[in-house]
Design a protein. Structure first.
Length: 54
């Protein structure tokens, strides 16, 4: 999933196996991601920067 397609992130809901981070996409999908993954860290950084620019 390209980082541009992400709209939000949060602590994992009950639907995700712990530990996980929940990402929401522009298409309305919710994806559970391992919080230790390099992709996840990069994606969180992009979302943080995007929200700071608002």
């Amino acid at each position: 999933i390209p980082e541009e397609g992400l709209t939000d992130s949060s602590k994992a809901a009950h639907d995700c196996p712990p530990p996980a981070v929940l990402f929401k996409t522009t298409g309305g999908l919710e994806i559970c991601v391992d919080p230790k993954g390099m992709w996840m860290q990069k994606a969180l950084g992009i979302l943080k920067k995007r929200f700071e620019e608002r």
